[in-house]
Write a protein that binds this ligand. Structure first.
Ligand SMILES: [Zn+2]
Length: 482
């Protein structure tokens, strides 16, 4: 079979997206008209309506809304004060799924919250029992490993018998940092996010003697509903591969303290723009893709990947037809032209995509590493090859900020996003999807979920996921029980 005329479609997509301002305009509208899009709130529902409308306007078929219910979380009061050595109020933010509580206890630092930090602080000798633990949001993982996820640092505090967990930002500016503690249930102990300055104050005080703090949290746990929004670019009915599927996704929920422009408004408009340009290019060429392309906006990612777990549960019967899942999450803070492809669970595809990058004449670096903290993860656990379009330039290089940068703070707003970064990432995303839909040669393979799980268990990662409450999944993934 001869190669399909990728060249013409490729040129059409590149020309279209680089001449369009649609993606950035939609980011502005998404953030300004919906506000924060926290899981199970009216803001998230407003965004679902907008996304369904934009998918239809892009000319996609079968625009669908897939609602699911679960136990949500609503913020109440969060107060934190130093009571010893001196009375001193601090600004604190209850972390999603923080239970209500009134606690006064001695403070103890656990450094960066890595396993070694907990050991050094006396976790094994029960020295952390009943204490309020102070933990840095960013840390260096052991021997070149990525740093532990917030939920794992918190899980270690719970295991150590702590009374509460304080999690402070490393970026100055009075920005208390947020991030969820549990999924579909109250977290076992209170957890509060702090600004860099308050973390630094507490650490200084600890150098001179005992510190006691008092915290007060109220919260509600209502039954709520969230909705995944998806649509298809159908395959050519004459294609022998018409039943195969390529999925591109991005979560559209945000935390409750900001409109989440970077995390993940940018991912949403990048996927939308890729969908729009691909649909237009195929239409102009008078043909349809060899494989069905599906675009899905996941809800409730920030409180435990609920949307993507719900998707794999609901669509269990058709996962065997899924060739690849491409995710875009939190990418807009860096330089245009510095994109990379981060593959997860499919090392065999590194040379394949590297060859594509070369043929695209685009400096797209390709690497493979396990990552568990976004919507590709439920697919990876089902043995489906997956990847993320990322930005090689860390926020540190672009902004001087470490870790999540402005993400998960009140400063995650539209003014932080550069239109050119969104445009460039949308081009890369669309060009990759074009190749995923058309490629005849495909060295990727699905793995058995049991094999993925036993590999994770052997590497110790499954135990970490259990300790952080991220395993087992929130829904049965063999039957749809939502
Ligand atoms: Zn995100």
């Amino acid at each position: 079979m001869s190669e399909p005329p990728l060249e013409a479609l490729d040129k059409a997509i590149i020309g279209d997206i680089y001449r369009s301002h649609t993606a950035y305009e939609r980011l502005v509208e998404l953030c300004d008209s919906c506000g924060p899009r926290f899981a199970g709130t009216a803001g998230e529902q407003r965004a679902a309506t907008l996304l369904a409308q934009w998918l239809a306007e892009a000319g996609l078929a079968q625009v669908q809304r897939e609602p699911f219910g679960y136990l949500g979380w609503r913020r109440g009061e969060s107060r934190l004060e130093i009571v010893q050595p001196t009375a001193y109020p601090l600004a604190a933010l209850a972390l999603p799924h923080c239970p209500p509580g009134d606690i006064e206890a001695e403070l103890c630092s656990v450094g960066g919250g890595e396993a070694d930090d907990y050991r050094a602080a006396g976790a094994a000798a029960d020295r952390l029992q009943g204490k309020v633990l102070l933990c840095a949001a960013e840390s260096s993982g052991p021997s070149g490993q990525p740093p532990s996820h917030r939920r794992l640092k918190y899980g270690r505090a719970v295991t150590a018998g702590a009374a509460a967990f304080l999690y402070y930002n490393q970026n100055p500016g009075g920005l208390a940092v947020t991030g969820s503690l549990a999924t579909r249930k109250p977290a076992p102990i209170p957890g509060l996010g702090l600004a860099y300055e308050d973390g630094a104050t507490l650490l200084r005080l600890l150098e001179h003697g005992p510190v006691r703090v008092r915290l007060h949290v109220t919260a509600a746990f209502p039954e709520v509903e969230s909705t995944n929004v998806l649509a298809d670019l159908p395959a050519d009915p004459a294609s022998p591969h018409r039943d195969e599927l390529v999925l591109a996704g991005a979560h559209y929920d945000s935390h409750d303290i900001a409109p989440g422009a970077l995390d993940n408004g940018t991912g949403v408009v990048i996927i939308l723009e890729a969908a729009r340009a691909l649909a237009a290019a195929y239409r102009a060429a008078g043909r349809a893709p060899r494989r069905r392309l599906r675009f899905c906006f996941f809800a409730a990612e920030e409180i435990g990947l609920l949307g993507s777990w719900n998707y794999v549960s609901r669509h269990a019967a058709e996962l065997s037809q899924l060739r690849f899942m491409l995710n875009v999450d939190d990418i807009g803070h860096s330089d245009p032209g510095a994109e990379s492809l981060h593959l997860v669970g499919c090392p065999e595809l590194v040379p394949h995509f590297a060859a594509h990058a070369q043929a695209m004449r685009y400096p797209l670096s390709v690497h493979e590493r396990l990552s568990t903290s976004s919507d590709h993860f439920p697919f990876v656990m089902h043995g489906i090859p997956a990847g993320l379009v990322e930005n090689e330039a860390s926020p540190e290089r672009a902004t001087g900020l470490v870790g999540r940068g402005w993400g998960h703070t009140i400063a995650d707003t539209v003014d932080k996003v550069r239109p050119a970064t969104v445009q460039s990432a949308a081009v890369v995303t669309a060009r990759l999807l074009l190749r995923l839909a058309e490629d005849e040669r495909w060295p990727g393979r699905q793995r058995l979920p049991a094999a993925v799980e036993s590999d994770l268990a052997a590497s110790g990662r499954l135990a970490e996921l259990r300790q952080s409450g991220r395993w087992p999944p929130p829904w049965s993934t063999t039957t749809s029980d939502n």
